[in-house]
Write a protein that binds this ligand. Structure first.
Ligand code: SF4
Length: 507
């Protein structure tokens, strides 16, 4: 039985024993037989975090010709406002069409919490179908329907015969999991259950035998390039360029994929993940149900990681020689271009904060550029990061701290005060603490900027060079702003509030 036979996916807390709590060092994670983050660990004090709606909506709002219908409290989904610029620029760079994300909310109130929200959801689906005539209506459940027991799958099944749009239920009830990466599974779960079949295409008869052979050949060289919105268009183009150089064609999936074209993912020769922690749920489904094999290794960020990623793909198609030649040429050009920046980076200390694979891959990249890693904070841990610890630890004779935390800026502030890095690389919403401490910052991901592949290495180096040459903005911020923590907090162990199993704080 497949997970996709169920109405909703399991939590990553259960399926992968994923964890958000650890404070220690890279060497203690990478040593032989060492595990990470006993899943029973917790914090006796925690600060606010995000829920899975944020990554979930980043994917769903990008799907063209769709209405995203939030079923929940009025605040749920408000992150769509901040994501809208990405949807507009994403449409523009792909199709020359600038269009806002189309999202609605049932805005459940106290009366519906008591009496049930299904009638309001039914009315909203009918109205969305009549008013916008979309290809799909994506019903996303927040916490409230999960708590009061609204059955969004039942409503979808009941209404489907009456509406022309395909109704997709997506379960993003924030209270169910602390691992927001569960959002990827929730979205893939619904796409996999609802949009992969195309009976019209399957039964299509191609009258011309030559055309049929050409199409078969094309599909045998087509790969699914997975993007759950962790790459902007510039990064998609960089990976497509490298795949094209090997004679392969890329089918980018699922962001900005038209609903009627999603079935194409079932016909590719291979699926390639660009971040192992994102895609295992869906890629296993594609393999089990449609026979599409997959590669779930390496994030192509950094020189070695990009080469390793390309070699894995090439090996599948027996193109090892072509890949070696391509990598040699790309690396030679890149190293020549990096020569002016490297002396400037040499020995500078950097703290990195991001999702687990992105954080470790960037650690490798920055080490290749000459930086020293002062510390890493990864938002969660699961089995896909295990190999990354060994890779990084092998580069470092001395140890550095690793914090697994779903944000928790108080731990970060304490670490930064102690480590005093020259640079902080983190997500755009998470650079405030470092900025207020006067540390130069750069955003680790922005859809308009280049990060991935060989182009990404060069572009990032160029931006960091500019940033480090003139860090005056954050120094001014340090002069005029302060963090909210008591000075005594900085004298304590940053991981004081992590409880080991049994309930005791670490110190
Ligand atoms: S789904 Fe739950 S946790 Fe997420 S924003 Fe809505 S109420 Fe908050």
């Amino acid at each position: 039985m497949s997970y996709l036979d169920n109405k909703e996916p399991p939590r990553r807390d259960d399926r992968l024993q994923a964890s958000i709590t650890y404070g220690g060092s890279i060497c203690s994670l990478a040593g032989p037989g060492k595990g990470c983050c006993a899943s029973g660990q917790d914090r006796s004090f925690t600060q606010g975090s995000i829920c899975l709606l944020l990554p979930g909506l980043a994917m769903l709002n990008s799907i063209p010709d769709s209405v995203v219908l939030l079923h929940g409290a009025i605040g749920c989904g408000s992150c769509s406002h901040s994501q809208n610029a990405n949807i507009r620029s994403g449409g523009n760079t792909r199709w020359g069409r600038t269009k806002d994300a189309l999202w609605l909310s049932t805005a459940l109130n106290e009366s519906e919490v008591v009496n049930g929200g299904e009638p309001k959801l039914e009315a909203a689906i009918r109205k969305a179908d009549r008013r916008y005539r979309p290809a799909t209506i994506i019903v996303v459940a927040g916490c409230v329907p999960g708590i009061i027991g609204d059955d969004i799958d039942g409503v979808a099944a009941r209404l489907q015969p009456e509406v022309s749009a395909k109704i997709l239920p997506v379960h993003c009830e924030g209270f169910k999991t602390k691992i927001w990466a569960t959002a990827y599974d929730a979205v893939y779960h619904s796409l996999g259950r609802n949009l992969l079949e195309n009976p019209e295409y399957q039964s299509r008869i191609i009258p011309d035998e030559l055309e049929e052979l050409k199409e078969k050949h094309r599909l045998s060289r087509t790969v699914n390039l997975m993007n759950v919105s962790s790459m902007g268009r510039v990064d998609e183009l960089e990976l497509t360029r490298l795949l094209n150089a090997l004679g392969l064609e890329a089918n980018v999936f699922p962001v900005f994929t038209k609903p009627e074209e999603m079935y194409k993912a079932t016909q590719a020769a291979l699926s390639i993940s660009t971040c192992p922690t994102h895609d295992d749920y869906f890629l296993k489904h594609l393999q089990e149900t449609y026979g599409v094999p997959y590669i779930l290794k390496h994030m192509p960020i950094g020189i070695k990681n990009t080469g390793d990623w390309l070699r894995e793909v090439a090996a599948f198609f027996h193109l090892e020689e072509q890949a070696d030649q391509l990598i040699r040429q790309e690396e030679a050009d890149l190293q020549a271009a990096l020569a002016e920046f490297k002396p400037w980076f040499s020995g500078k200390k950097v703290f990195i904060s991001a999702g687990e694979i992105r954080a470790y891959a960037n650690g490798y990249l920055l080490t290749e550029l000459g930086f020293e890693i002062a510390g890493i904070r990864a938002f969660h841990h699961d089995e896909f990061a295990e190999g990354e610890y060994q890779k990084l630890a092998s580069l470092y004779p001395s140890d550095f701290p690793v914090n697994i935390a779903n944000a928790q800026p108080f731990e970060e502030a304490n670490l930064l005060k102690k480590l005093q890095p020259d640079l902080f690389l983190g997500h755009w919403g998470g650079n405030a603490t470092a900025s207020k401490l006067g540390i130069a910052t750069h955003v680790i991901y922005n859809t308009g900027l280049s990060y991935i592949g060989y182009k990404g290495v060069y572009e990032l180096a160029k931006r960091l060079y500019r940033q480090l040459k003139n860090p005056i903005l954050n120094r001014n911020l340090r002069e005029h702003l302060k963090l909210p923590y008591n000075p005594k907090w900085y004298e304590r162990d940053p991981f004081s509030y992590i409880k080991s199993q049994g309930g005791q704080n670490n110190v």
